[in-house]
Design a protein around this ligand. Structure first.
Ligand SMILES: C[S@@+](CC[C@H](N)C(=O)[O-])C[C@H]1O[C@@H](n2cnc3c(N)ncnc32)[C@H](O)[C@@H]1O
Length: 200
């Protein structure tokens, strides 16, 4: 990722270029997030999560992920920024795969910086949009370019939140319990899909 120059200084090699913030496929925000103590120390307790099912983060800090972030504004800002980086890729893919123009308004629940909502609104200017999130989240205008696809699987969910990814059948059950019927799942070019549900 880095190479040593003849004068002894170090410079980014081609593989390290995505670490810059000003390149289209920048990994800067995500690397900064994974470099925080929050992420490093939590992942060191990965075996605890596997053994017990408890979020390593809760085990370490005694608080659930978002309760902890609410007490740590600087880490929360880095977290939001990291989420934004991943969402820029997902938002572009969702927009290509799914026609949002049939709707009048959208609500992005747990929408963080609002990057997904902003991407959909930009492409569908007649829509109205809201972002619903916790008070420590900052809504930002979308910036930067798409991020190389990153897959956050079950292990990330369990280590940080004690949660998990869900199958289509599990989503159907979850939606059913909230009064919705899963109508279809629209794949995108990235790992995430658009799950369409309607009120029962
Ligand atoms: C994995 S992040 C996803 C961020 C966001 N979708 C994005 O694109 O940046 C989960 C989000 O859910 C929010 N969240 C967690 N618990 C919440 C709650 N009880 N009510 C509203 N938002 C919540 C967090 O603050 C966080 O922004």
């Amino acid at each position: 990722m880095v190479r040593q120059e003849p004068n002894g200084q170090f410079a980014l090699a081609p593989l390290g270029q995505p670490l810059r913030r000003d390149v289209p496929d920048s990994l800067y925000r995500m690397v900064r997030l994974w470099g925080t103590d929050l992420f490093k120390l939590t992942w060191m307790r990965f075996p605890h999560s596997v053994r017990t099912g408890q979020s390593a983060q809760e085990y370490l800090y005694g608080l659930r992920q978002f309760d902890y972030l609410a007490t740590q504004p600087e880490v929360a800002a880095i977290f939001n920024d990291g989420m934004l980086a991943g969402t820029l890729t997902v938002a572009a893919a969702a927009l290509d795969a799914y026609d949002f123009s049939a709707f009048r308004s959208i609500v992005d629940v747990g929408g963080g910086s609002g990057a997904l909502a902003a991407t959909v609104l930009k492409a569908n200017p007649t829509l109205r949009g809201s972002v619903f999130d916790l008070p420590f989240c900052r809504v930002l205008p979308p910036v930067g370019g798409p991020l190389t696809d990153a897959v956050f699987g079950d292990v990330t969910m369990i280590v940080h939140t004690g949660g998990r990814e869900r199958t289509q059948a599990e989503y159907a059950g979850l939606l059913e319990s909230a009064g919705f019927r899963l109508r279809r799942v629209v794949p995108t070019r990235v790992a995430q899909s658009v799950v369409e549900a309607v009120p029962n």
